[in-house]
Design a binder for this molecule. Structure first.
Ligand code: GDP
Length: 478
């Protein structure tokens, strides 16, 4: 059983007697302490026309069940996967292009650049994979779908402009993902460039350079002139070495869909990052809820590959349908197996869609705390002026409820945006607005993803609301 009748009643904001009546109606005699299974919970919720959060346990994802487990000895070094983030116009795209142009892997010299969502370069005989959709939205959108593909984030800050709102967002998104950060201070070729000011500004976000006693790596670059790229790559390799990114290349492939589209001539085309194992032409596979067989596989230089190991981005054809970016991907021993796994995942997916995921809301916070599932309440703060945002930060961080603490993932001035909602989705956070509201897009996404947004005009009431929710005293909102 998943929960008792009493707990279910509470979850549905109904009286236990009402739930027992419905159960009786369905032919089940039950008492308040009786346990009910997922299916019954769903039926009862349907009866009350209430959407419930039913996430199947991870163990029921057929991918988890079927993955071959690794022994430590099977693991081999693999290239790091890097994402570039930062404020608009600070040079993300230029930097991606510059790195790509100057550090072609030796085997691929002369090939023609293909956009497949990611590319690989070689430096000092080591490979590095770059995702080439810059920006933190894409990064966190993937994460909100359960895909953690990035090992290292590069935060680009233009030395003539300094830290800007999206720089701060990017830092928050990288930190929320526990992703190591390297700061690339860009446009140092410009006469008005002031890299030291960038360093100074970033100390406020706990990114402190080594020479000032911190442990954040800073590299001065000019993406436009190709300056500092070697050092940047060296630093990426250094961070990779420290973190020892590894994978087992000798098993069925598993990875993530980076992009997918329907091509008029070739049918469904899917661009994936292989993360574990080795994918081979002819392999049967499942991506999301679609299945197929690898017909052709090309890399970012348009070269046909027979196989692709960990951290390799490839474009493949041979699917029967188009999956979504962020969908997991797995190879299977034969097509029949792939088909049945795809069908199983489709069912699971439909079920989990019924209530999206188990998003935290203030209303059920106490339940999660009580069950020991939560030690931290993740919060995103948006406010009308910097002063009130800071005041709210300070007050929320001071809340002292035994066993739980407030963790502020991101705070900033301005309306609640879709980027805030995506971060909340990926990190299971609530969003607090102080004298600001969500914009239309943010509102729509929040409704869809069931993100809890709390809007207030008085700091005290926010603090009180959150504190009471943490203590389990909040009356549920109907
Ligand atoms: P993104 O929005 O972060 O992807 O920024 P872009 O890569 O599109 O760059 C924005 C503008 O800054 C473009 O006009 C680039 O040519 C320019 N830019 C990028 N890097 C540099 C640089 O290192 N030096 C100078 N002077 N300009 C740069």
């Amino acid at each position: 059983g998943e929960m008792t009748v009493g707990e279910l009643a509470k979850l549905l904001h109904k009286d236990a007697s009402e739930v027992i009546k419905k159960l009786l109606f369905l032919g089940v005699m039950a008492t308040i302490n009786q346990e009910v299974d997922l299916e019954t919970i769903q039926l009862i919720a349907d009866e009350f026309k209430v959407e419930v959060d039913l996430k199947l346990p991870v163990s029921e994802d057929p991918f988890e069940e079927t993955e071959e487990k690794d022994e430590e000895a099977d693991l081999q070094e693999r290239p790091a996967v890097v994402t570039i983030m930062g404020h608009v116009d600070h040079g993300k795209t230029t930097l991606l292009d510059a790195i790509r142009k100057t550090n072609v892997t030796s085997a691929e010299a002369g090939g023609i650049t293909q956009h497949i969502g990611a590319y690989q370069v070689e430096y000092n005989n080591k490979k590095v994979t770059f995702l080439d959709t810059p920006g933190h939205e894409a990064f966190t959108l993937m994460r909100s779908r359960g895909a953690q593909v990035t090992d290292i984030t590069i935060i680009v800050v233009a030395a003539d402009d300094g830290v800007m709102p999206q720089t701060v967002e990017a830092i928050s998104h990288a930190k929320a993902a526990n992703c190591p950060i390297i700061v690339a201070v860009n446009k140092v070729d410009k006469p008005e460039a002031n890299p030291d000011r960038v360093k100074q500004e970033l100390t406020e976000y706990e990114l402190v350079p080594e020479e000032w006693g911190g442990d954040t790596i800073f590299v001065n670059v000019s993406a436009k002139q190709g300056m500092g790229l070697d050092e940047l790559l060296e630093m990426i390799l250094l961070v990779s070495e420290v973190n020892e990114y590894k994978a087992n290349p000798d098993k069925r492939a598993r990875g993530t869909v980076i992009e997918a589209e329907l091509d008029k001539g070739r049918g469904p085309v899917v661009r994936i990052l292989v993360q574990h194992g080795t994918l081979k032409v002819g392999d049967a596979f499942v991506a999301g809820t679609c299945f197929g067989r690898v017909r052709a596989m090309v890399n970012d230089r348009g070269r046909r590959l027979k196989e692709a190991g960990p951290s390799t981005p490839v474009e493949i054809t041979g699917l029967t349908d188009v999956p979504q970016a962020g969908d997991p991907f797995m190879a299977f021993e034969d097509e029949r197996k792939a088909r049945s796994i795809a069908e199983k995942r489709a069912t699971t997916y439909r079920q989990s869609q019924l209530g999206a995921n188990t998003r935290v809301t203030l209303d059920d916070l106490f339940k999660h705390i009580k069950e020991g599932e939560m030690k931290e309440l993740n919060v995103i703060i948006k406010g009308d002026v910097q002063g009130s945002v800071e005041a709210l930060r300070g007050s929320l961080q001071k809340i002292d409820v035994e066993g739980v603490r407030v963790k502020i993932l991101h705070s900033g001035v301005g309306a609640i945006t879709e980027s805030d909602i995506i971060l909340a989705t990926a990190s299971n956070a609530i969003v607090v607005g102080f004298n600001v509201r969500p914009d239309a897009q943010a509102k729509a996404t929040a409704d869809e993803e069931k993100v809890d947004i709390r809007l207030h005009r008085v700091i005290y009431t926010i603090v009180e609301e959150i504190e009471q929710a943490m203590k389990g005293m909040l009356d549920p909102e109907y």
